[in-house]
Design a binder for this molecule. Structure first.
Ligand code: NAD
Length: 391
């Protein structure tokens, strides 16, 4: 930890207070460090303070990531005068409370996804941040991978013509054992009170954000969910308690542009660790992407003469590709962590110049994704098609 670095912070630095130092805390701290090295905004993000309830662990994190200050209560962090933006990396049940307190203290807010436990909480956050006029972001990071951004750019240019189909999967296998408990670091995902939902809010929210970004709004859904393990030991009580999350979810969707979609997510697909894939099929072209080969965009162009026509694989590592030219020489790969760097870069870029296109999801955008998640869960309960509420 470096207590003197606060005094060296420049007036135009964006001084970030990070809440939570788990998986996402590390991904964000890394992004804060890397943005100024590879992107040249006039403001520089600085990890000003980090907050966690375990002071020793928090100090170790602050030392590893060069944070100037440590807090053990987020209420104190959001009141700090030397913090411009609060970055929320805690489990979902605390997003709204921390965000509202940060906004009340005039802080910009960067919040992990999903925006909150449900759309009602999300609406309160949107109202608060928009009426305060504070810049805000939700970390749907997959948008910012070069191949995913390229897919979006190709579709936005109208190259696919009429879009017929969108399909996405997010498959994992880490909760198959009934011995995995619920509650605590990482495992809060299995506790519905803390997570809000299971794979729908955790994994499908990513697929929905990407889909909406690439193919526009989703207007209606028809879903089924299942909870394969009905009881798990809760780490807080040591007793077996009912499991309230969806272990698996599959849903059909209709987009506003008329195209149809299939989405599937599970934590019971033996052999898959984090297989996020999507494909979009239009009149003229198709595109497909796979997180396990994240630098490549599969591309099919029907305009190519028939005897040469086929799927090609665009390695999105050249200077022409989104973000790639800011890193290494052409042909060298980027990884998962770069998506967070690019997301923060987009936020910083727009702080510098609010007239440029906003390419990152803000609270209102994330609320739209949350409302799709809510409609999915409602459809699974009611076993009917459900219209997605308007944000
Ligand atoms: N964008 C992505 O790809 C992605 C990936 C993983 C998680 N997430 C999201 O990030 C958030 C955090 O997930 P994670 O995987 O980092 O979880 P985690 O369990 O690894 O870390 C959560 C952290 O929050 C801290 N925390 C919990 N309650 C707190 C409180 N009251 N005050 C201060 N600190 C508190 C914990 O001590 C821990 O450090 C969740 O909303 C999750 O959905 C997003």
């Amino acid at each position: 930890m470096n207590d003197s670095s606060a005094s060296t912070a420049r007036g135009r630095d964006l001084r970030i207070g990070l809440v939570g130092y788990g998986f996402m805390g590390r991904a964000h701290a890394n992004a804060i460090r890397q943005v100024p090295h590879f992107f040249r905004e006039s403001r520089r993000p600085v990890l000003q303070a980090v907050c966690g309830r375990d002071e020793g662990a928090c100090r170790a994190f602050a030392s590893a990531w060069d944070a100037a200050h440590v807090e053990t209560d987020w209420r104190r962090l959001v009141e700090r005068e030397d913090v411009d933006a609060v970055d929320i990396c805690t489990p979902n049940d605390s997003h709204m409370e921390i965000a509202l307190a940060a906004i009340a203290n005039g802080k910009m807010v960067l919040c992990e996804k999903p925006i909150a436990l449900d759309g009602d909480q999300g609406r309160r956050m949107v109202e608060a941040v928009e009426s305060a006029g504070l810049p805000n972001l939700v970390w749907f990071n997959y948008r910012f991978l070069p191949a995913v951004t390229l897919a979006r750019n190709i579709v936005a240019a109208g190259e696919l013509g009429k879009v017929f189909h969108y399909r996405a999967n997010f498959l994992q296998d880490w909760t198959i054992s009934a011995e995995v408990p619920q509650g605590g670091t990482g495992l809060w995902r299995l506790d519905a009170k803390v997570a809000g939902s299971g794979v729908t809010g955790d994994l499908l929210a990513h697929c929905i954000d990407t889909a909406r970004w690439i193919n526009g709004e989703i207007v209606s859904v028809s879903a089924m969910t299942d909870t394969f393990v009905k009881e798990r030991v809760h780490t807080a009580t040591g007793r077996k308690e009912p499991v309230g999350i969806d272990d698996a979810c599959a849903f059909l969707a209709r987009f506003a542009n008329g195209s149809m979609a299939v989405f599937e997510s599970t934590r019971y697909a033996r052999g898959h660790k984090a297989l996020y894939t999507f494909e979009i099929n239009g009149e003229h072209k198709s595109l497909a992407w796979d997180l396990h080969d994240l630098n490549r965009l599969a591309y099919f162009d029907h305009a190519v003469p028939g005897d040469r026509r086929g799927w090609s694989s665009i390695h999105c590592t050249d200077g022409d590709h989104p973000y790639a030219g800011k890193w290494w020489v052409p042909g060298l790969c980027l990884g998962y962590e770069h998506s967070f760097v690019h997301g923060l870069h987009e936020f910083m870029r727009r702080l510098d110049d609010p007239s440029i296109e906003q390419r990152y999801p803000d609270f209102r955008d994330a609320l739209r994704t949350q409302l799709v998640c809510d409609a999915v869960l409602e459809s699974a309960r009611s076993q009917r098609w459900v219209e997605v509420a308007k944000a």
